[in-house]
Write a protein that binds this ligand. Sequence first.
Ligand code: KIV
Ligand code: ZN
Length: 513
Amino acid sequence: MTDKLIIFDTTLRDGEQSPGASMTREEKLRIARQLERLRVDVIEAGFAASSNGDFEAVRGIAEAIRESTVCSLARANDRDIGRAAEALKSAARARIHTFIATSELHMEKKLRMTREQVFEQAKLAVRFARNLCGDVEFSAEDGYRSDPDFLCRVIEAVIDEGATTINIPDTVGYAVPELYGQFILNLRQRVPNAHKAVWSVHCHNDLGMAVANSLAGVMIGGARQVECTINGLGERAGNCSLEEVVMAVRTRRDYFGLTVGIDATQIVPASRMVSQTTGFVVQPNKAVVGANAFAHASGIHQDGVLKARDTYEIMRAEDVGWAANKIVLGKLSGRNAFKQRLQDLGIELESETDINAAFARFKDLADRKSEIFDEDIIALVGDESVTREQEHYRLLALSQQSAMGERPHARVAFAAGNVEKHAESDGNGPVDASLKAIESMVNSGAEMMLYSVNAITSGSTESQGEVTVRLQHGGRVVNGVGADPDIVVASAKAYLSALNKLHSNAERVAAQG
Ligand code: KIV
Ligand code: ZN
């Protein structure tokens, strides 16, 4: 058995399924490029048949990515598989990932199919997919809660049809490490042609054990692919977190004895990009990528680390991409310096027009903020990733008055398509007044589910505020993110960004957990 552990990233598919984490095509493309820099083996770019938007996102990623394998999810039917194959046509390396549920509960209540029907459909789906693509993954949805005898039959049949990877998801996060590991091992031992496929684990985090379960699937079960997401993003409590699995395997190589092809210095940039794009803030005490993951507050710890780093540190912050906040540019910096900094940060803007637009934003920010950090540039370019066509609403001007003991009042001007709108309103605070002013013109009727403000760079009130707004309307949940040194302006930008996503109104077909 090989000692290489394949890292399959599903941030753009399973991660994106978490309510409010949906991303535009451009946002997905930007994250896919970062995943390639991170050197993940497989990027699950989306679920091509779920919407035209997702089809285009998978197609764009397949065109742009040359190193990692690009994969699309597909239900076990010809239409989905055909759409996946079409979207992946120009990929340097393509994979079709087809799935069907195999647990009694899912087959009876959700699919309303008999065992035999599921068995036949799984076989036909893999046969069809193999005719279109040499790399086919089969997932038995709710696999961990399936009858092992039936599961063995299905797996043997799909391997005979040419499946190259077999994935056994713990779809609902019900597993515990030892039992999950034994479950995989038992399947591998009983399926006669098991050696012809790579075995994969895919664990959800409902009981907080997704990483532990995945690693048990590897160590006890013999799986050699882990499916995971940046920051553990995913539906409900999320998926197995990529950074934790990768750093566990690297830091405890003595125990795991496995290699991963990941460039770990790209972990923190990837984490930031995903968090800024989706508005899902990383908790400060999150392993590896949390703001406190390498901070030593107690005097005893600080003293120890100063004397010998490994007294309290098992990993080095710089090895996973943490850099001290660096002042990189200021208001006198020119376009070339800005362009160079983008390159150093691994940010590729598509055209000179995009670079010019980003540079104009940078100049505007530098006029108002004396020190510009890498994080500011990443946020600024993040804003830029919303293309002009999708940006139906754009903030033009905002002013507000507030004084202690008085009711704040805001005036806002924004573009709605080609029309300029002006609105004003009172509110409980300046942010409330500004958003109420916008809403009085837009009349979206959306319900606000989340409003949060974070400092982009820590340690100073000079930092830009990054605001996330989550809106719900007509069964859709979207996030908007906005950054600015003025948090009222950042809030208005975030609100308009969420309204833009609601406005784009792409229909999606849900996959599953
Ligand atoms: O959780 C799940 O079962 C899935 C499969 C489609 C892999 O996401
Ligand atoms: Zn899943």
